[in-house]
Design a protein around this ligand. Structure first.
Ligand code: COA
Length: 326
C-alpha cells in the first residue's frame, strides 16, 4: 500500500519577540496571569512588511532542503491558513511562484487551528489515491496584525509563524497511518473574525469597530476544546487498534497548556509524551503543529519507528487527529 511519508520538515519564526512583560506595558494584564492561565511566556511577531506567504516561503524552502528535493519535484502545495495574504488569489499560488515550484497545483485550506491536521488528511488522500506523489503542506499565519492590542482576552494568546512538511508516496509501513476529521458549525460564533468576507464587507463606517476584531468566548471554547481533543485522540487510538501507552509522542495544537494537559490526562497520555512549545511561540493557529513537529525532530524526540499522535481543535468549530509511524 502507498503511504504518505513525511520526508522533510522546516519552520520559520519571525525575529521579533513579544514577551508577556512587553504586553504588561500595552494592556491591563500580567506575566503571571498569562503564564498561569495559558502557559505562554512569549510569542513571535511578524515585521510590518511580512505577510503570511513570506513566512511560508522560508519554512517551505527549509522543508524542501531537508527533503533533498528541488521545487519542481513538488506536485501539490497546500497552504493552511486563516490569515491569507489576500482574499484571493490563494496564498499557496503566491508561494508556488516564489519558490518556483512550476509543476505544482496549489490551493489554500482554512480549518483554523485544525488546518494542519485537515491539510494532512487531504494530502494523504491525494497521495494514497495516486493522484499526487509529492505534496508540500504548509501551515502559516500572521495573526498579530489582526489583533486588537487593547483586547486582553485575545491579544495575549496568538503569535506568528510558519511550518512546512514535504510528504511523499512510498510503499511500506512508515507514514501517515490514519486521519480523523470533525466539525460543528453550530458553534462557529465561539471564535470568529466577523468582517472582511462577504457577510460583513469592510466599509468606512465599520472600520475600527469590533466586527474587525477576533471575537472569542474563551471559557466555552476551553470546554469544547478539552472534549474535542479527547474525542480526536480516542478516534485515533481506535482507528489503529492501539492504546495511549503505544503512543511515543503526542504533538497537539498549542492553544493552552491547561487544555492540552486536561486532554492528555483524560486520554492516559503521560506528561513526558506530550510535546509543548507554546511557552515560546503562543498559539500560531494552523502553523502550530508543523512548527512543533520540526522542533520535536530537532530535539531528537521524533526518530524512525516512533508512533506520533497529532491532534488539533479550532474555530469552525473543527477538530481532528492523525497517527504517523515515523
Ligand atoms: N490578563 C489578565 N486578566 C485577564 C485576561 C488577561 N489577558 N483575560 C481575562 N482576564 C480576566 C477576566 O477579565 C476575568 O476577570 P474577573 O474574574 O475579574 O471577571 C479573569 O481574568 C478570568 O477570566 P476567564 O475568562 O474566566 O479566564 P480563563 O481561565 O477561562 O482563561 C482563556 C481565559 C482565554 C485563557 C481560556 O478561557 C482559554 O484558553 N480558552 C480557549 C481559548 C483558545 O484556545 N482559543 C483558540 C482556540 S484554538
Amino acid at each position: 500500500m502507498i503511504r504518505a511519508r513525511v520526508i522533510g520538515t522546516g519552520h520559520y519564526l519571525p525575529e521579533r519577540v513579544l514577551t508577556n512583560f512587553d504586553l504588561e506595558k500595552m494592556m491591563d494584564t500580567s506575566d503571571e496571569w498569562i503564564r498561569q492561565r495559558t502557559g505562554i511566556e512569549q510569542r513571535h511577531v511578524a515585521a510590518p512588511d511580512q505577510a503570511t506567504s513570506d513566512l511560508a516561503v522560508l519554512a517551505a524552502q527549509r522543508a524542501l532542503k531537508d527533503a533533498g528535493l528541488a521545487p519542481f519535484d513538488i506536485d501539490l502545495i497546500i497552504c493552511c491558513t486563516t490569515t491569507p495574504d489576500h482574499l484571493f488569489p490563494a496564498t499557496a499560488c503566491l508561494i508556488q511562484h516564489r519558490i518556483e515550484a512550476r509543476n505544482a497545483a496549489a490551493f489554500d485550506l482554512n480549518a483554523a487551528c485544525s488546518g494542519f491536521v485537515y491539510g494532512l488528511a487531504t494530502a494523504t488522500a491525494f497521495i494514497e489515491s495516486g493522484r499526487f506523489r509529492r505534496v508540500l503542506l504548509i501551515g502559516a499565519e500572521v495573526a498579530t496584525n489582526r489583533l486588537n492590542w487593547k483586547n486582553r482576552d485575545t491579544a495575549v494568546l496568538f503569535g506568528d509563524g510558519a511550518g512546512a512538511v514535504v510528504l511523499q508516496g512510498e510503499e511500506g509501513e512508515r507514514g501517515v497511518l490514519s486521519t480523523y476529521l470533525a466539525a460543528d458549525g453550530a458553534d462557529a460564533h465561539l471564535l470568529m473574525l466577523p468582517a472582511g468576507g462577504s457577510r460583513i464587507v469592510p466599509t468606512k463606517e465599520n472600520i475600527g469597530t469590533e466586527v474587525h476584531d477576533f471575537q472569542m468566548r474563551g471559557q466555552e471554547l476551553f470546554k469544547r476544546a478539552v472534549l474535542a481533543f479527547g474525542s480526536a485522540i480516542q478516534k485515533a487510538l481506535e482507528q489503529n487498534g492501539i492504546s495511549a501507552s503505544d503512543v511515543d509522542l503526542f504533538i497537539p495544537h498549542q492553544a493552552n497548556v491547561r487544555i492540552i494537559q486536561a486532554a492528555a490526562d483524560r486520554a492516559g497520555l503521560s506528561g513526558d509524551k506530550v510535546f509543548l512549545n507554546l511557552d515560546k511561540v503562543g498559539n500560531t493557529t494552523a502553523a502550530s503543529i508543523p512548527i512543533a513537529l520540526d522542533q520535536a525532530l530537532q530535539a531528537g524526540r521524533v526518530v524512525p519507528g516512533k508512533l506520533i499522535l497529532l491532534a488539533a481543535f479550532g474555530a469552525g468549530l473543527t477538530w481532528g487527529s492523525a497517527v504517523i509511524r515515523w
